[in-house]
Design a protein around this ligand. Structure first.
Ligand code: SF4
Length: 385
């Protein structure tokens, strides 16, 4: 199969659903975490959960870069606009994420702050070229997939001698976050959250390969399948995870062979390594401080590092009262466990990042109407194997 439509074929979906039904052991449960919001939306949009046996359950993880950005970093970005008078460039999803005090970048923009929505790092570079008298900061977020374009932008800025461009780096790393979830008390303690296997994000692995997941598949005895984002990709990956669990195997398998290799894109990896290095720790919304889970700009490029140029402080900030995003991002609760869901929190009036981001779990529940259906048992009542 080569094209998108072929990965949405009804007939093949029915065959896969039958194969999954044949494979499951009715005496056990299969709780599979999709780390990435792209999988969450594929599951809801195409009704994949409805094709699963009752003992196969999807648990939504923290894999949305907008959702995991802590409130304090949005506060920092707002500070850059209001106090440092920079032109702040960022992607559209970030504009409505609630900051401290119910503020947001879009409110700052409405009040006259120079916040600009861009589609790429190249747009931000162009704004810097067109405004030589203003400082331009690109608020960079994303997993390993979006990091190479940020590295290219910094190399270009240096080549051109641009003195008014810098990057506020919030790039985060997926393997460290998955390891952190597996080490969290909710997962380790029997009777709390059960996670039996993972869907690995395929776009991330197109850059880093499948190899970085091998350590914890073995160490934590959880199978990982690198899964594409089309419905048949997800279903095939379910089948592969169930087979591993039934056979007592805990390996990294690659469903997305049409793009991902074990080694990944080594040219992109070299590019990233030239510009970025590991942070000792970084705060994730919902996970707290996670060791070696993010990147910072190397000293060699520090003149393009907004944190250095503007002395951005570490600023912990409070969540919106009642918002359950942190627990949802750890897989400990579902969107419908939040009292604000659909009452005061909707995509038109989001209280938390999980409702703002197009990849957030709350937005997925709302957009595809899953909250109208009877829920399976809450995550916190299931028993880990
Ligand atoms: S429904 Fe809204 S308030 Fe509740 S967890 Fe989701 S984003 Fe936060």
């Amino acid at each position: 199969m080569k094209y998108v439509d072929e990965f949405r074929q009804h007939k093949l979906a029915k065959q896969l659903a039958a194969a999954i039904r044949d494979e499951v052991d009715t005496g056990r449960s299969y709780h599979l975490m999709e780390f990435c919001g792209g999988h969450t939306h594929a599951i809801f949009r195409y009704g994949v959960q409805d094709l699963m046996p009752g003992n196969v359950r999807f648990i939504h993880g923290p894999g949305c870069p907008v959702c995991v950005l802590p409130v304090g970093r949005i506060d920092n970005a707002i500070h850059l606009v209001e106090a440092e008078d920079v032109i702040l460039c960022t992607y559209g999803d970030l504009l409505r994420v609630p900051a401290s005090g119910r503020n947001s970048l879009i409110k700052v923009k409405a009040a006259g702050g120079d916040v600009r929505m861009v589609y790429s790092t190249q747009d931000a570079l162009n704004i810097a070229r067109e405004n030589p008298d203003r400082q331009v900061v690109f608020l960079a977020i994303g997993f390993e997939t979006t990091t190479p374009p940020s590295a290219v932008a910094l190399q270009q800025a240096r080549r051109e001698g641009l003195k008014n461009f810098s990057l506020f780096c919030n790039h985060v790393l997926t393997p460290a976050a998955i390891q952190n979830i597996l080490e969290s008390p909710e997962v380790r303690e029997i009777g709390s959250v059960a996670i039996h296997g993972f869907f690995g994000p395929s776009h991330v692995s197109s850059v880093i390969g499948s190899r970085p997941y091998e350590f914890f598949a073995e160490e934590f005895q959880r199978p990982v399948v690198i899964a594409g984002f089309e419905p048949l990709d997800v279903m095939q990956s379910v089948l592969m995870l169930i087979r591993q669990l039934n056979q007592g195997r805990y390996e990294v398998e690659n469903e997305y062979t049409r793009v991902v290799t074990r080694e990944g894109n080594q040219k992109a990896q070299r590019l990233v390594a030239e510009v970025f290095e590991l942070r000792r720790s970084f705060e994730w919304r919902g996970l707290g401080l996670v060791p070696y889970s993010a990147l910072k700009i190397k000293a060699d490029y520090q003149e393009y590092d907004a944190e250095q140029r503007f002395q951005i402080p570490v600023s912990p900030a409070k969540e919106v009262k009642g918002c359950e995003c942190p627990a949802i991002l750890r897989g400990a609760k579902r969107p419908t466990d939040c009292k604000l869901f659909g009452v005061v929190c909707t995509p038109d009036n989001p209280m938390g990042s999980c409702m703002v981001s197009s990849e957030g779990a709350c937005a997925a529940y709302w957009s595809y109407g899953r909250f109208r259906q009877p829920e399976a048992k809450s995550a916190s009542t299931e028993v880990a194997i």
